[in-house]
Design a protein. Sequence first.
Length: 328
Amino acid sequence: MLLDLTAVHCATLRPRPPFNLTATVHKPSHFPAPIEQFEGPSARHGARYWRSLLWRARPLGLCLEDAGVIDDPEVALTLFAPAGLSISECERIVREIRWRFDMDVDLAPFERDCGADPLLAPVLKRWRGMRVGASGSLHEMLIVYVLLQNATVRRTVQMMRALLQRFGTPVRFDGRSLYASWPPQELAGECEDELRRLKVGYRARVLRHLSETFASGDVDEEALRAMSNEEAKRELLKLYGIGPASVWYLLFEVLHRYDALDYVSPWEQRIYSRLLFDAELVPTERIIDETKRRWGRWRMLAAHYLFEDLFWRRREEPVPWLEELIRL
DNA sequence: CATCAGGGCCCTG
DNA sequence: CAGGGCCCTGAT
């Protein structure tokens, strides 16, 4: 059952500067899952990140190592596979990785437009070169967003683990043991009862629907990337179990729409109330207006900088009001 | 012990 | 457009 993967391809990536690998691959606000692993820099290595991939329904491994600096970035990429991969296949995967971690976008206009904002300036300095990204495919990310619904972090973590143990593939590469996620076909035939036994609750129905939709090839991720925000939103809302909160995450993380902040969920509402107004609870409309006023079309990216910075700070010293909200 | 809300969404009226 | 139901879990 355990799949050993060996290194089959290496490449040196040069993302568009400024680029911060650590802040891009590792988001301290995200819940931990045994599909990825991050390690800060050591004497022998730059910061490293491992992640399982599912490529054409086959489990692969990925390692990214920081081999440069913010203004002259270099990333050493290694691909791991059960057998050899063709050169063209490797190139396609590398292109996909570049996309997922948003490596080619020019951040200069963002820095120019928002750099003077007193709230953002210190944070922008600390995390300069951070990108938004989603390390998984659209299908993988949708599952994550569904597991986040109506659940606390602890429960989300449990559900994710249960699904990976039941439907995922344990893989080992580069001395790391992770799970690779499952192709939609794997779950499509599964009856809901089987899923319910994994204690995902009403999400069983959602997961079944999503799997069937993806397995039948009704979702074109490439096409979504090319759509306008409104078009993409309309398409994504057609997916069963996907509503405004999930679409909000999707537009930003998966489709990299830096302006995708027209909705705020209750949990984030409390956090942005503190960050922007130093108040406990401010109406979402006011939050959105304020971000528009400050950052315009960069508002979600800017908000993301503040958000992640808060969670980095939390590591050094607990933020009392935040601890209450997280309830691990 | 019971009751309830939670990092939503669907469906009904 | 409002509001009940949905699963499970931990808090009260």
